[in-house]
Design a protein around this ligand. Structure first.
Ligand code: CTP
Length: 319
């Protein structure tokens, strides 16, 4: 079995501009899916040519010191300094060192999860990855609880926790972090300028309240390496989304990878409206040329990999 790079992009992104790719959810939820171990091993091997997720998942303490200057990955002309707090929270060894799991779930944030009853199924995986500190408590029946790794873009501090302006927001943020006890909190602090203070506020709270989480800060080369892998496979993404980053990295640690909550379309397969996020009212222009992402193209790629058995996309109800 080999990956056919051109098979990933047989139709132009425009084809999918106004409608979901799948008119039939059964495609993603049927039991006919079988895991293609050979292909998934080949994908892992090819990804390892571009990045080593075990290493690139986080900068390590030994490689930097407080005060060091970092150029942002996407804003090369802007810089930031490694703060004392950030330095203290850098791991000394990779948080994923020697970790291997049989079945992993990656949970995207699409509203397609609402009323899916997928919570127990998601939680049954050996390792569960979530994105951007998405809430679980009120939605556990559909999204589950279990979290082994969760990402936090600096913008989340503003969007979901009001920049921690009041004690109440700080408390909410801390509650969310405490509920993650033992998990990895993955903070892409050096991607784009503008989030420096937000990251600092969050780190200060983590240290002040000795929250039991393992922080990780992706390497500066991760994004370009991930993009490079997909470009080489003829998938012309602009900037990989958190979801695609997580899939690409998870290939290193996981045998079978199951994706939930990936649905970058405003209508479900039956034509009913779908929220962009299952938990808020954020609107998103999936195909806007000003967006940094190319989500429908990513989805189409993931769908192809689903059909080939390299991963499993779940877009229907669980049961
Ligand atoms: N996602 C999706 N369909 C949606 C919403 C999200 O497929 N309607 C996937 C994307 O891969 C996304 C991930 O779920 O990266 C997490 O969602 P979100 O927190 O909304 O990510 P973004 O806001 O897009 O942030 P980023 O720029 O980090 O990707």
């Amino acid at each position: 079995v080999h990956v056919n790079p051109t098979a990933l992009t047989t139709a132009s992104a425009d084809t999918y501009r106004h409608r979901p790719i799948y008119n039939n959810t059964a495609k993603h939820s049927s039991n006919s899916w079988t895991f293609n171990k050979t292909l998934s091993h080949l994908i892992r091997k090819n990804i390892l040519r571009f990045l080593d997720p075990e290493r690139d998942i986080s900068i390590l303490k030994g490689t930097l010191k407080p005060g060091d200057i970092i150029h942002y990955v996407f804003d090369r002309h802007s810089t930031t300094n490694i703060s004392e707090n950030l330095y203290r929270l850098l791991p000394t060894v990779s948080p994923m060192k020697n970790q291997h799991y049989r079945r992993c779930a990656i949970v995207g944030n699409s509203g397609i999860l609402l009323n899916s009853s997928c919570g127990p199924e998601i939680d049954s995986h050996d390792f569960v990855i979530r994105c951007n500190l998405a809430p679980v408590e009120e939605y556990f029946q559909d999204v589950g609880w279990r979290t082994n790794l969760v990402t936090m873009n600096p913008s989340v501090v503003q969007r979901a926790f009001q920049d921690l302006v009041t004690n109440e927001w700080k408390e909410r943020f801390l509650r969310r972090l405490r509920s993650l006890s033992g998990s990895v909190l993955w903070i892409p602090a050096f991607m784009a300028k503008g989030g420096e203070e937000r990251v600092e506020w969050a780190l200060r709270l983590i240290l002040l309240h000795t929250v039991d989480i393992r922080t990780a800060f992706p390497s500066l080369r991760l994004l370009h390496a991930v993009r490079g892998y997909w470009l080489t496979n003829n998938v012309h993404i602009k900037r990989p989304t958190t979801g695609l980053l997580m899939y690409t990295m998870a290939t290193r640690f996981c045998e079978e990878i199951h994706l939930y909550g990936f649905w970058p379309f405003s209508l479900d397969p039956q034509g009913k409206p779908v929220k962009y996020h299952y938990y808020d009212t954020l609107k998103y222009e999936y195909t806007s040329s000003s967006s940094p992402h190319t989500m429908p193209l990513e989805f189409r790629t993931l769908s192809t990999l689903h059909r080939q058995g390299a991963l499993r996309l779940h877009t229907g109800v669980c049961g």
